[in-house]
Write a protein that binds this ligand. Structure first.
Ligand SMILES: Nc1ncnc2c1ncn2[C@@H]1O[C@H](COP(=O)(O)OP(=O)(O)OP(=O)(O)O)[C@@H](O)[C@H]1O
Length: 294
C-alpha cells in the first residue's frame, strides 16, 4: 500500500514540556487510522505537524511524499477541524468555491462536491445559519473539493446525531474507496472501532498501542459474564478475577480478568445457572487499560 502519510521519529517540545516523544505513524492510500489517547497525550500536536501548522523540530513528516509546510504539499491535504467558525457573511457555495480556488481549481469544481455532500440546495444560505450536521458537511465539502490524498479530521462528528454521523462517514468511505487516506482524532472510541481500519493509541507523547480495533480488544483479557444466578453478591465477587458486578434482580453482569476460571467456579457453585453469555470487553475498555498500562 502506498503511504499518503509517513511520520518518523517525531519529537516535539513546548519549552520544557515534551508533547511528542518519538512517534512513528503511517496512513496508506484508502486507509482510515484513528488516533486515540487521553487529554494532553499529544494528538493535537501531531495533527498540527501533519497539516503544517507547526514547524517540525525533530523527525520527519511526509504527506504524499512532501513537506506539509510547503504550499504545494498542502494541496494534497484536506482538513476538517472541530466546530470551525465561519465568517458571518459568507454563503455555503462561496466557501466551497473559495476552497476550490485556493486548491488551484476552477470555481465550477464546487458544484459536484456540493451535490456529493447534499448541500446543493443550501448553497445560497449563510454558513453561520447551518445546523451542526450541515456545518460539518460543509467543512467536509471544503476539505474534499481539492481532491486531497490525505484527509485529516479532528473530532469531526462531535455533536452530530446518529443519522448525520452515518451520512458523514458514508461520504468519507466513498472517498476512501477512491484512495483517500484518513487520519482522524476522536474521543468517541466505539465510533472509531466502526470507521477505522487501524487504531493508534497515544499517551504521554508516545504510541502505546497500534492495531485493528479487534487486535486491541484481543490484548485485553477482560470479559463480561452475564447470567441469571441464585448466588449472592458476596459469592459472586469472590469468583476468580472479578473486577465489578452489577445486577438487575437475578440477572448479573460480572466483569472478570479470568473468564475461564470464573465460569468454571460459577458453574460448579450454582446448578440453577441460566441464560449464560460471555462478552468481550469493548474497544473503550481496551484503550483505557492500554493507556493506564503505559
Ligand atoms: N502551545 C503550547 N504551549 C505549551 N504546551 C503545550 C502547548 N500545546 C500543547 N502543550 C502541551 O503538550 C502536551 C500535548 O498536548 P496536545 O494538545 O498535543 O494533546 P492532545 O492529545 O491533543 O490533548 P486533548 O485531547 O486534550 O486535545 C500537553 O502536555 C500540553 O499541555
Amino acid at each position: 500500500m502506498t503511504s499518503v502519510l509517513e511520520v518518523q521519529g517525531v519529537r516535539h517540545r513546548y519549552g520544557g514540556t515534551v508533547a511528542l516523544d518519538g512517534v512513528d505513524l503511517a496512513v496508506g492510500a484508502g486507509e482510515c487510522v484513528a488516533l486515540l489517547g487521553p487529554n494532553g497525550a499529544g494528538k493535537t500536536t501531531l495533527v498540527n505537524l501533519v497539516v503544517g501548522l507547526l514547524a517540525r523540530q525533530e523527525g520527519s513528516v511526509l504527506v504524499a511524499g512532501g513537506d506539509p509546510r510547503v504550499a504545494a504539499t498542502r494541496r494534497a491535504l484536506g482538513v476538517v477541524q472541530q466546530s470551525l467558525g465561519f465568517p458571518t457573511t459568507l454563503k455555503v457555495r462561496e466557501l466551497v468555491v473559495g476552497a476550490a480556488v485556493r486548491a488551484g481549481l476552477p470555481r465550477s469544481a464546487a458544484g459536484p462536491v456540493l451535490a456529493e455532500l447534499g448541500l446543493s440546495e443550501l448553497g445560497g444560505r449563510r454558513a453561520v445559519k447551518l445546523s451542526g450536521g450541515q456545518r460539518q458537511r460543509l467543512q467536509l465539502a471544503m476539505a474534499l473539493v481539492g481532491s486531497p490524498a490525505l484527509l485529516v479530521m479532528d473530532e469531526p462528528t462531535v455533536g452530530l446525531d446518529v443519522a448525520a454521523r452515518r451520512a458523514f462517514w458514508a461520504t468519507v468511505a466513498d472517498r476512501r474507496s477512491r484512495g483517500v487516506g484518513v487520519l482522524v482524532t476522536t474521543h468517541l472510541i466505539e465510533e472509531s472501532a466502526t470507521v477505522a481500519d487501524r487504531v493508534v493509541v497515544v499517551d504521554k507523547g508516545k504510541v502505546v498501542a497500534s492495531g485493528t480495533p479487534d487486535e486491541l480488544i484481543g490484548l485485553l483479557p477482560d470479559r463480561t459474564v452475564i447470567a441469571t444466578t441464585a448466588l449472592d453478591d458476596a459469592r459472586l465477587l469472590d469468583l476468580p478475577g472479578v473486577l465489578s458486578l452489577s445486577r438487575d434482580g437475578d440477572r448479573v453482569r460480572l466483569r472478570t480478568r479470568s473468564p475461564e476460571d470464573a465460569l468454571r467456579v460459577l458453574l460448579a457453585q450454582d446448578p440453577t445457572l441460566a441464560d449464560l453469555r460471555v462478552e468481550h470487553a469493548g474497544l473503550e475498555e481496551a484503550v483505557l487499560s492500554l493507556g493506564a498500562a503505559a
